[in-house]
Structures are given as C-alpha cells and as structure tokens.
Design a protein around this ligand. Structure first.
Ligand code: NDP
Length: 323
C-alpha cells in the first residue's frame, strides 16, 4: 500500500510517498481502510522534530474509513463498520492502518468520512478544552486564538452553544469574517490590533475568564495580559513556536492566574473517556450546534503541500488527505 514516511526531520520536502507492506491486525487491533485522513498541526511538530519520533517513521494521527479486518479478541468492531481514530498510532497518512480497537470509535451513519476526519481530533480537542480543562459557564468570557482554524472553528461555535461570550483572535480580515459568521461576539485581527488591550476594552477593563491559546510563542504575553484575576491560561499549542519558560511568580503578579498545558491524550486516556468525548462531539454536530465546514482536500501524494499551506496560515477550517 502507499504511505507517507520520512527518514529525517525537516521541512515538508522530507515527506515521501512510499510503497510499504501492512501486516494482519494483531490481537486487539482492527485494520481500517482509510477514506479520509486528518491533517493536524501536531503532524508538522512530528515532521520538524519539535515532538521527536524514532526515525524513519510514518506520520499522521487521524483517519476515518471502513474496518477491513479484525484481530483476535476484538468484539466491538466487525468487518464493514465505519470507524475512525485520532490518537494514533502515528502513521495515518497511508491507505490503511492497524489500530488498537480501544483507540477507535464508530462513526455516526450520517457523518461523511471527510467530516469525520475533519472533526475528530480537532473537535475532541475543543470538547475537552471547553468542557473539562476550563468548563465554560453561561455568561463567562473566553478568548479563542486561531479562531478560523481547524480547532478554532469548532471551539467558537461550541463556546457560543455553552452560552459564553467569545472573543475570537485571527490573523487576517478574511479570517475575521469567518469567525463572525461562526457566532463570535468580538473579533480581534492580530495583524493590526493589540490583543490584550482590545480584550481589556471589550471586557470593561476586567479581562477574560479564560484564554485558549494554541499559537504559543507569539501570543504568550498577550494571553497573560488578557486575563482577569483568577483567570485561566490554557496553553495548548505551538503554531508559532513553543510558549517560553516563565517564573511562577508572574502568575501572582498578573492576578493569581492558573496556567495549564493540556493535551488530548490525557483527556481521552481510557476507552471510556475517549467514547464520552466522541459522543459529546458527535452529539453537538448531529444537533447542528456545531457545523463542521467541508475540509480542504489534498491527495496523499500532496501531503507536503498540505503542510506548507497549514504552516503558512493559508488554510481555514480543517484539511484532509484522500488516499
Ligand atoms: P489551525 O488550523 O488552527 O492552524 C494554525 C493556525 O494558527 C493558523 O491558521 C494561524 O491562524 C495560527 N497561527 C498564528 N501564528 C502562526 C504561525 N506563526 N505559524 C502558523 N500558524 C500560526 O491548526 P489545527 O486546528 O490543526 O491546530 C490548532 C492548534 O491546536 C495547533 O497549535 C495545535 O498544535 C493545537 N492542538 C493541540 C492539541 C492538544 O491537545 N494540546 C490537540 C489539537 C491541536 P491565524 O492566521 O488566524 O493566526
């Protein structure tokens, strides 16, 4: 089968489409034939070595498709089931992959493979951020960075659904239009506005209850300065590079703030947590509270171009690869 692999870390050009073999699924595994593969920012961190992998390696954490073989002891899935996964194993940029059955979820009948691959990793992330890390209450104010991106588009709609006031931060005026259409109450264009000053202005000087920051290095200071006393800084990504090391005393100085650096893995670490997270996500999509836009589609052979576009901030919403 075809699979995208890389032997050294670097730019998108290190990604190569190769012919590889695939074994029968082992005990507890299922083999999913991929119909759509989710492209996520974490894939770029794996490729550059920011999150190191043993090399050579496959790449990609998420795909949706059809079960074509089941290993010994698997009872929850049968051949022909529609299934998806979004927490690895690494190697989703391929025509098929063997996956532990307890890391896979059944896909709702009404959900296309494209939407599933666009929504699982990003939507489950939005879910744990908004409902577990800092459970948003009606009337609270949140700041959502990269609001027109994959995670961002889902998070903005979900935060509105929970009754929060949403201050969306985006990189351009075109993306501001998208954030507004999703229901954001206020939009800050980072290219020409001071984020923290605008958040203060929009909150009557008080600051936000929570900032969900996926940008990292470039927005660290602004996020710290956007919070009200006892507010929570949720630093969950590195799109511009990792957030800097800091003295804990800064949290006292800025208002006895809370700081956390969460990852999806820990919030879906058991099959029960994974299923609960998926059920909640599929529920808000089915009800129409969260609408997932059709993702941009690239062929598997064009994985490098998908990475270039994602890293250059040219994409909005989600990106999928089609085998
Ligand atoms: P996005 O579609 O959100 O793309 C990243 C966006 O970040 C860009 O479109 C851009 O939006 C913004 N950005 C700001 N500065 C930069 C920069 N210097 N370079 C590139 N992008 C920049 O990607 P995803 O939805 O896949 O992921 C969003 C973020 O969430 C990533 O940081 C990812 O690592 C993180 N994440 C974390 C998880 C976790 O559990 N911790 C799980 C899933 C995702 P704009 O132009 O509007 O600024």
């Amino acid at each position: 089968m075809k699979a995208v692999r890389f032997g050294e870390t670097g730019g998108p050009e290190v990604l190569r489409l190769e012919d590889v073999g695939i074994a029968a699924p082992g005990p507890g595994q299922i083999r999913i034939r991929h119909e759509a593969i989710g492209v996520n920012f974490i894939d770029t961190y794996h490729r550059t070595g920011l999150y190191p992998l043993p090399l050579p390696s496959g790449i990609g954490m998420e795909a949706a498709g059809v079960v074509e073989a089941v290993g010994e002891g698997v009872t929850r899935f049968a051949v022909g089931d529609r299934a998806g996964y979004c927490s690895g194993p690494v190697g989703a940029y391929a025509e098929a992959q063997n996956v532990p059955a307890d890391r896979a979820v059944k896909l709702p009948e009404a959900m296309s493979f494209d939407i599933a691959a666009a929504a699982m990793l990003k939507g489950m992330t939005a879910r744990y951020l908004l409902r577990r890390t800092f459970p948003l209450q009606r009337g609270q104010t949140c700041v959502i960075h990269a609001a027109a991106g994959g995670v961002g588009q889902i998070a903005v709609q979900w935060a509105k659904h929970l009754g929060a006031t949403v201050i969306a931060v985006v990189g351009s005026d075109a993306k501001a239009e998208i954030a507004r259409a999703l229901g954001a109450d206020h939009v800050i264009v980072s290219a020409r506005e001071q984020i923290a000053a605008r958040v203060r202005e929009l909150t009557g000087g008080e600051g936000a209850d929570v900032v969900y920051d996926s940008v990292g290095k470039d927005t660290f200071e602004a996020s710290l300065n956007s919070l009200k006393p006892l507010g929570m800084f949720v630093s969950y990504g590195n799109a511009s590079g990792p957030a800097p090391a800091f003295e804990p005393g800064i949290l006292a100085a800025k208002g006895s703030l809370f700081f956390t650096r969460p990852t999806l893995m820990h919030y879906t670490r058991t099959p029960a947590l994974l299923q609960e997270t998926a059920d909640d996500l599929f529920g808000v999509i089915a009800s129409g509270a969260v609408k997932v836009a059709q993702p941009a589609r690239y062929t598997l052979a064009d994985a490098a171009q998908a990475h270039r576009d994602l890293e250059a901030r040219r994409t909005t919403g989600s990106v999928v690869l089609v085998p």
